[in-house]
Design a protein around this ligand. Structure first.
Ligand code: SF4
Length: 191
């Protein structure tokens, strides 16, 4: 199959392994009028064949995301079989068995030279507990994974996100915030 060459103008590559998720955040952008789109998905083999066609720059990784990407039954297979010279990031809520994951995927598989962590854990105060999450992130960090937490400054949870950031940073975790872009209570939040 022919390579897929990513144009210089592109600055993000997302692979939505599945739109299924184990959480139900009220503001989830994967929730459409008819509910969650969780039905069909490519097999791990199909994903590997497709992703391995991508020719990208060193500073433009493929982000495996969802939904929650770890819900794809072949998640470790995909990580372990994508070309080593293709940089990979993961966007996850980390609601999976990390001990099992760490036995299956080497930390160096998801690590690249970048000013931010390669495993980006999204923290959603509405549906997640902070302390167990911080514990899991620390465990993976100590095991050599490049991992950090991100929180969206949605107006309904801004205070909680900032408090969580302070808490996580105090434990030595890189916790970053993202601006909320969208409509909340009739007001458009945009740049
Ligand atoms: S964790 Fe992410 S994908 Fe899952 S429901 Fe929340 S916002 Fe949606």
């Amino acid at each position: 199959m022919r390579p897929i060459v990513i144009p210089e103008s592109h600055n993000y590559i997302a692979a939505f392994l599945t739109l299924a998720c184990n959480l139900r955040c009220s503001y989830c952008i994967n929730k459409f009028e008819t509910g969650h789109l969780e039905k069909d998905r490519l097999t791990g083999k199909q994903w590997v064949e497709g992703l391995n066609r991508i020719q990208s720059r060193d500073d433009l990784p493929v982000t495996l995301q969802g939904g929650e990407p770890s819900l794809h039954p072949d998640f470790p297979f995909i990580l372990n079989n994508v070309r080593r010279d293709l940089n990979i990031d993961v966007l996850t809520n980390l609601q999976f068995d990390i001990e099992k994951f760490m036995k299956q995927v080497d930390p160096d598989r998801i690590k690249r030279k970048a000013p931010y962590a390669s495993i980006r854990v999204s923290y959603h105060p509405q549906t997640m507990k902070l302390e167990p999450l911080v514990k899991k992130v620390l465990r993976m960090q100590e095991a050599g994974y490049s991992i950090g937490i991100w929180g969206v400054l949605h107006p309904s949870q801004e205070r909680e996100i900032l408090a969580a950031q302070q808490f996580a940073k105090g434990k030595g975790i890189d916790f970053r915030t993202k601006e909320f872009l969208g409509v909340h209570e009739g007001r458009m939040h945009a740049r």
